[in-house]
Ligand binder design. Structure first.
Ligand code: 1GP
Length: 248
């Protein structure tokens, strides 16, 4: 079974799946054992590892430690750039920034990364990455130099999602941006999920289990949270997120 099949299989057991994003610059290797223990016990479905910048010097050894504590839960690189590649992960979100009009982030970095990914033998999961306007400028917007999709124009978001589906992407990631003031509107999620049959990952600025549950009810297949667990990693809080997303 591929990692993608494994992830979809885990998702099929619940109303939606839950990914936790861990940024190596914000969570040290010393913090990993207890954080991974608590999140796995709560029932998380996968880990995304990466960030817009990477100041932590050794991504490879970070992931090696990560894999020692992640048990059978998939560990997927969520790359901020080609400097975030490692054979120690199970897979990588092979992102193309389709919401932008900067060819460097649609196909340029992908061409640089592809032979390295091939050599390392990491499974690529092709992902249409769509930034959605979310208040003040996010790191993803600034670093990519692109304009996000307008949050009150679901038809524009839908056109991008349809294009992603016709182009054969395996997933679509609707991204408000890490620490976004406003998460991706339910209206955008429901408009896309009613028409496009590609698994929808939704993240950025989701701070409460209720907010996560609203996105799931709108049609999200996977919810991602990052920042919030860096601020509050109480096991009861993590469990509340899992329940709000799984809705078993
Ligand atoms: C960012 O979607 C992720 O790429 C998660 O965002 O850190 O705001 O949860 P948060």
């Amino acid at each position: 079974m591929t990692v993608f099949e494994n992830i979809m299989n885990r998702r099929s057991r619940h109303k939606a799946g839950y990914f936790i994003l861990i940024d190596p610059d914000k969570t040290s290797t010393e913090q990993l054992p207890s954080l991974l223990h608590d999140t796995i016990s709560a029932g998380v479905d996968g880990f995304l590892v990466g960030g817009s910048l990477l100041l932590t010097p050794d991504f490879d050894s970070y992931l090696k430690t990560f894999k020692e504590f992640s048990r059978d839960i998939p560990v997927v690189i969520f790359p901020g750039g080609v400097h975030q590649l490692s054979a120690n992960a199970d897979a990588i979100l092979f992102l193309s920034l389709l919401s932008g009009r900067n060819p460097h982030h649609i196909i340029g970095t992908q061409v640089v990364a592809a032979p390295i990914i091939h050599r390392l033998g990491i499974e690529p999961i092709s992902t249409a990455y769509l930034l959605v306007e979310s208040g003040k400028a996010t790191s993803a917007e600034f670093m990519s130099g692109t304009i996000p999709l307008p949050r009150h124009k679901p038809e524009i978001a839908l056109a991008h999602a349809l294009a992603a589906s016709y182009m054969g992407f395996k997933t679509i990631y609707l991204e408000g941006g890490s620490g976004a003031d406003h998460s991706v509107p339910a209206q955008i999620i429901s408009t896309i999920s009613q028409t496009v049959d590609v698994p929808l990952i939704v993240g950025g600025g989701i701070r409460t289990p209720d907010e996560a549950s609203e996105k799931v009810n709108a049609g999200a297949d996977f919810i991602v949270t990052g920042n919030i667990l860096e601020k509050n990693n109480d096991p009861a809080f993590i469990s509340a997120f899992v329940q709000a997303i799984h809705q078993d």
